[in-house]
Write a protein of this length. Structure first.
Length: 414
C-alpha cells in the first residue's frame, strides 16, 4: 500500500514536471522566435536608417508647429549643420530657413485642405545666412493621432544658376539675331537705295549735260547785256534777276550731281578741327554781314580722322549755311568738338539759336528734294548724310520750333 502510494505520487510529480517543461519549452521557443523577429526588424531598421541617411536629397518630418523632429544627413548638411541631431535637438522650426515666411502659410493652408505640394521651388537660407534655392515636395499625414508633415527637398541652386545663364545667353542670342536681321534689312535698303541712286545718277548726268551748256550760254548772254551802258534801271534789274536765277539753276544742277553720283573718297588722316576752321574762314564775311556771332569751342589735340578733305568741307559748309539761313540776322552759332575715348570717336556739335525745325519734319529732313525753304533744293542735308555715311560716321539732329537746332556728328577714329 505504501509503495503504491509512493509510485502514484512519483507519477503525479513526473506528470506536472513534464507539463512544466513543455510550458517552459513553449515559451522558450516563442521567445526565441520573437528575438529572431526582433533581430530581423532591427536589421531592416538599420537598412532603412542607412538608406535614409545615404540619400542625397533632404528628408524630414515636422510637427504641426513646424518644429523639425526628424531629418537625414543630407538635409542637415543642406541647412548648414554638421549633424542632423543638431537640427532636431536644437528645436529648429521650418520657417527659420525660409526667405519668405508667407510661403509657409500658403503651403500649410494647402496641406490642411488635403493637397500635396510637388516640386515647389523656393528660396531658403542656411543656418549661417547663405542663400540657396530648393525644390521641395510635402505631404500631410497622421501617426497615432499626431499630425505630421513629411517632406523631401534638394538643393537646386546650381540648376537655377545654369537656367539663368541659359536665359541670359538666349536673350543675347535673340538680340544678336535681331541686330543681324536689322543689319540685313538696312543693307537691303541701302542696296535698293544705291541702285536707285545709280539710275538717278545716270539720269542726272544726262539732264545736266543737256541743260548746263544752254544755261551757260544764256548766262553769258545776260552778263553781256548787263554790261551795256544804255540800259534803263528797269531792264538792268530784270537782267540782274535773270542772272541770279541762272546762278541758282546752276547750283541746283550741281547739287543734283553731287547727290546722285558716287563719291570717290580720298581718305587721309587729318585734323577735323582744321577743316572746321577753314570752312568758318570761308563764311566769315557772310556771318559778319548777318550780324551772327560764332563761338568756337574746338578741343585741342584732337586725334586724326581718316577723311576726304573736300567732301568734309562740303559737309560743314552745308550745315553752317543752313544754320545761317535759320537764324536770319542777329544770332549765334556754337561749334564744339571733343574726343570720346569710350567709343574712340570724334564728336562735333553745331548749335544755332535760329527758328528751329518742326518735329513733324524729322523723318524727312534727310530725304532728297525735301526742303522747308522756298529757295531750297532739298539736297543739302541729303548730300551731307551720304558723305557722313561714306566716312562710317553718323548724324543726328535735335530741334524745336523757336529754340534753335543742334546738329550732332560722330566719326570713328580708327
Amino acid at each position: 500500500m505504501g509503495i503504491e502510494y509512493f509510485q502514484i505520487l512519483l507519477f503525479i510529480n513526473f506528470f506536472f514536471l513534464s507539463v512544466a517543461l513543455l510550458v517552459v519549452y513553449h515559451y522558450a521557443y516563442k521567445l526565441r522566435s520573437e528575438l529572431r523577429r526582433s533581430d530581423n526588424l532591427r536589421k531592416i531598421a538599420e537598412k532603412f536608417q542607412a538608406l535614409f541617411h545615404s540619400t542625397t536629397d533632404g528628408v524630414f518630418q515636422c510637427n504641426r508647429t513646424g518644429r523639425i523632429i526628424v531629418i537625414n544627413q543630407a538635409g542637415g548638411r543642406m541647412l548648414g549643420f554638421n549633424s542632423p541631431d543638431e537640427v532636431v535637438e536644437g528645436g529648429y522650426r521650418v520657417n527659420k530657413f525660409l526667405m519668405n515666411p508667407l510661403i509657409q502659410r500658403s503651403v500649410v493652408k494647402k496641406l490642411l485642405l488635403g493637397e500635396k505640394i510637388n516640386n515647389l521651388v523656393i528660396e531658403a537660407k542656411r543656418i549661417g545666412g547663405e542663400m540657396f534655392f530648393v525644390e521641395v515636395s510635402l505631404n500631410f499625414c497622421k501617426y497615432d493621432d499626431e499630425k505630421i508633415v513629411e517632406g523631401i527637398f534638394r538643393d537646386i541652386t546650381r540648376r537655377i544658376e545654369i537656367e539663368n545663364q541659359l536665359r541670359t545667353y538666349s536673350e543675347r542670342l535673340e538680340e544678336m539675331v535681331k541686330d543681324k536681321t536689322r543689319e540685313v534689312i538696312r543693307l537691303e535698303k541701302k542696296k535698293r537705295q544705291m541702285e536707285s541712286l545709280a539710275s538717278l545718277g545716270e539720269m542726272a548726268a544726262t539732264v545736266v549735260h543737256e541743260v548746263r551748256n544752254p544755261l551757260s550760254s544764256i548766262k553769258i548772254s545776260l552778263t553781256s547785256l548787263l554790261k551795256r551802258k544804255n540800259l534803263d534801271k528797269k531792264d538792268q534789274l530784270s537782267l540782274k534777276l535773270a542772272t541770279e536765277e541762272m546762278s541758282y539753276l546752276e547750283k541746283v544742277l550741281q547739287d543734283l550731281l553731287n547727290f546722285s553720283r558716287p563719291k570717290d573718297l580720298k581718305l587721309i588722316r587729318q585734323d577735323i578741327n582744321k577743316v572746321i576752321v577753314m570752312t568758318l574762314g570761308q563764311l566769315t564775311q557772310d556771318f559778319e554781314r548777318a550780324n551772327i556771332k560764332v563761338k568756337n569751342d574746338l578741343a585741342p589735340e584732337m586725334p586724326l580722322v581718316a577723311m576726304d578733305m573736300k567732301s568734309m568741307h562740303q559737309v560743314f559748309l552745308n550745315i553752317l549755311i543752313n544754320a545761317k539761313q535759320a537764324i536770319g540776322r542777329g544770332g549765334e552759332i556754337t561749334i564744339h568738338s571733343e574726343y570720346n575715348p569710350n567709343k574712340d570717336s570724334v564728336l562735333i556739335d553745331i548749335i544755332d539759336n535760329g527758328k528751329g525745325i518742326d518735329k513733324k519734319h524729322f523723318d524727312k529732313i534727310f530725304h532728297p528734294f525735301f526742303s522747308t525753304k522756298k529757295e531750297g533744293t532739298g539736297l543739302g542735308l541729303a548730300v551731307v548724310k551720304r558723305i557722313i555715311d561714306a566716312h562710317g560716321g553718323s548724324i543726328d539732329i535735335e530741334s524745336s520750333i523757336g529754340e534753335g537746332t543742334k546738329v550732332h556728328l560722330e566719326f570713328p577714329v580708327d
